[in-house]
Write a protein that binds this ligand. Structure first.
Ligand SMILES: *Cc1c(COP(=O)(O)O)cnc(C)c1O
Length: 399
C-alpha cells in the first residue's frame, strides 16, 4: 500500500526534533553532528539566534502580500546582492530549480530580443544537476532522473565535463549559452579547473553567448567566497542561487547583469510566493552574518583545516578513501568502497553526511562550525574506516 507521503525518497529511519548549531537532536535526545546541513542548506547551523529573531519578528508583522505590491525586504535583499556580486538585478524564487528555470528563460529571452530567437539552446556538462523540473532534468541530462518522464525538453545539449574542445565544437547558431556548476555537487564534488572557467568565459564572449552559472550549492559562502566563481576571477551573465541563501527557509534567486536581463520586462515571468516577506527576512539575516567582516575568511580557514585533516585521514585509510576534493566547506571523499557503506557507518556513529555521484561522500557542514566539530568529525570518520576495515577482514576470513 502506498504511504501517505509519495514514496519518491529512500529515507533513513531517523528523525530529529530540534537543532542547535551544527547538531541535530532526536526525540530520544541523541545528538548528531550535522555535516550535511540538509544538503548545504542550513548554512548557519540550526536555530541560529539571529535567524530565529528575524523570522519571529517578521512573522508577527506580515507573511504575504504577493508581487503585486512592493516588498521592502525584497528590495533590501536585492540591493545587497547587487552590491555584493556581479549582478545588476535579481528575481526571487522558492527553490533552486525555479532559480534555474528563470535563468534558462532569461538566457533564451536575451537572444530573442536581440533578434536571434533561434538561439534557445544551453550547453551543459556530464554529471550536472540542475533540479527536478522538466526543464532542469533535461538540462542535467542524467538518465536516472529522465527515465519514464517522456521526451526530453529540447534546448539542451551536453558535453563531457572539462572537455573544452567538445564545448567549442558544440557552440553553433542555436546556442544561447553555457550552463555549469563551478563545482558539481550532486555529481560528486567535481570542481572545474579555474583556468577552464576563464577559457569558457572567453569562449562565451567570442561567440556572443551567455555564461549561466548554477551556484545553488556552491553559493552563499560555501566555498569560502560569497560565490564560487570569484575563485576563478570570472563573472557570469546569469546565476542561480538558493540552498544556503535562506539558511533553511525555502528561497532562491536568479541574479543577472542588466544586459542579460533586458528581455525580462513586466509580465514575462512571475511567482506567487517568490520573495515573500518571511523568506526575505531570513535571507537578509543570513547575509547579515555571511557578509560580516572576517566570516568568509574564517570559512576558508576552516575549509583548509578540514581538508588537510581529511587528506591525512585518506592517506591512513587508503583502502577506503581514494581522494579528497572540493573547496572551502564543500568537500568530497571519493571512496574505494561503496559510498553508502561509509555514509551508513558514519550515521551509526552520529555523524551526518550526504552521498553523491561518482561514489563520493559529501561533507557540507554549517559554515559556523568550530575546530572542535572538525576534530569530532575526523575522529568519527577514522573510527568508521577502522570498523569498515575490520568488518571486511572478518567477512573474508569467514569465506
Ligand atoms: C539542489 C540543487 C538544485 C535544485 O535545487 P532545488 O531547491 O532542489 O530545486 C539545482 N542545482 C544545484 C547545483 C543543486 O545543488
Amino acid at each position: 500500500m502506498i504511504t501517505p507521503i509519495l514514496p519518491t525518497y529512500g529515507r533513513a529511519d531517523l528523525e530529529f526534533e530540534s537543532g542547535e548549531g551544527p547538531f541535530l537532536i532526536t526525540p530520544a535526545g541523541d545528538r548528531y553532528l550535522d555535516f550535511g546541513a540538509g544538503i548545504a542548506v542550513a548554512s548557519l547551523g540550526h536555530a541560529h539566534p539571529h535567524l530565529v529573531e528575524a523570522l519571529e519578528t517578521q512573522a508577527k508583522k506580515l507573511w504575504h502580500t504577493s508581487n503585486l505590491y512592493r516588498i521592502p525586504g525584497q528590495e533590501r535583499l536585492a540591493e545587497r546582492l547587487v552590491a555584493a556580486t556581479f549582478a545588476d538585478t535579481v528575481f526571487f524564487t522558492n527553490s533552486g530549480a525555479e532559480a534555474l528555470e528563470c535563468s534558462i528563460k532569461m538566457a533564451r529571452k536575451f537572444h530573442a530580443v536581440n533578434g536571434a530567437p533561434e538561439r534557445d539552446e544551453l550547453i551543459t556538462f556530464e554529471g550536472a544537476f540542475h533540479g527536478r523540473t522538466l526543464a532542469t532534468i533535461s538540462a542535467g541530462g542524467q538518465e536516472k532522473y529522465l527515465e519514464g518522464f517522456g521526451r526530453r525538453m529540447p534546448g539542451f545539449v551536453q558535453v563531457p565535463m572539462g572537455d573544452l574542445k567538445a564545448l567549442k565544437e558544440a557552440i553553433g547558431p542555436n546556442t544561447a549559452g553555457v550552463l555549469l556548476e563551478p563545482i558539481e555537487g550532486e555529481g560528486g564534488i567535481r570542481p572545474w579547473e579555474l583556468t577552464a572557467l576563464q577559457s569558457i568565459r572567453n569562449l562565451c564572449d567570442d561567440a556572443g553567448i551567455l555564461l549561466v552559472l548554477d551556484e545553488v550549492q556552491t553559493g552563499v559562502g560555501r566555498t569560502g567566497k560569497l560565490y564560487a566563481h570569484e575563485l576563478a576571477g570570472v563573472t557570469p551573465d546569469i546565476m542561480a542561487s538558493a540552498k544556503g541563501l535562506g539558511g533553511g527557509f525555502p528561497v532562491g534567486a536568479c541574479l543577472a547583469t542588466e544586459d542579460a536581463a533586458k528581455g525580462m520586462t513586466a509580465g514575462t515571468h512571475g511567482s506567487t510566493f517568490g520573495g515573500n516577506p518571511l523568506a526575505m527576512a531570513v535571507a537578509n539575516g543570513v547575509l547579515d552574518v555571511v557578509l560580516e567582516e572576517g566570516f568568509l575568511e574564517a570559512v576558508q580557514q576552516k575549509g583548509l583545516k578540514l581538508k588537510q585533516k581529511l587528506a591525512m585521514l585518506a592517506d591512513e585509510n587508503s583502502d577506503i578513501i581514494e581522494t579528497v576534493r572540493g573547496e572551502g566547506l564543500m568537500l568530497g571523499l571519493k571512496c574505494k568502497i561503496p559510498n553508502t557503506e561509509l555514509v551508513g557507518a558514519l550515521v551509526e556513529r552520529k555523524l551526518l553526511t550526504v552521498g553523491a555521484g561518482d561514489n563520493v561522500v559529501r561533507l557540507l557542514p554549517p559554515l559556523i562550525i568550530d575546530d572542535i566539530h572538525i576534530d569530532q568529525a575526523i575522529d568519527t570518520i577514522a573510527e568508521a574506516c577502522g570498523a569498515l576495515r575490520a568488518a571486511k577482514a572478518q567477512k573474508e576470513a569467514a569465506k
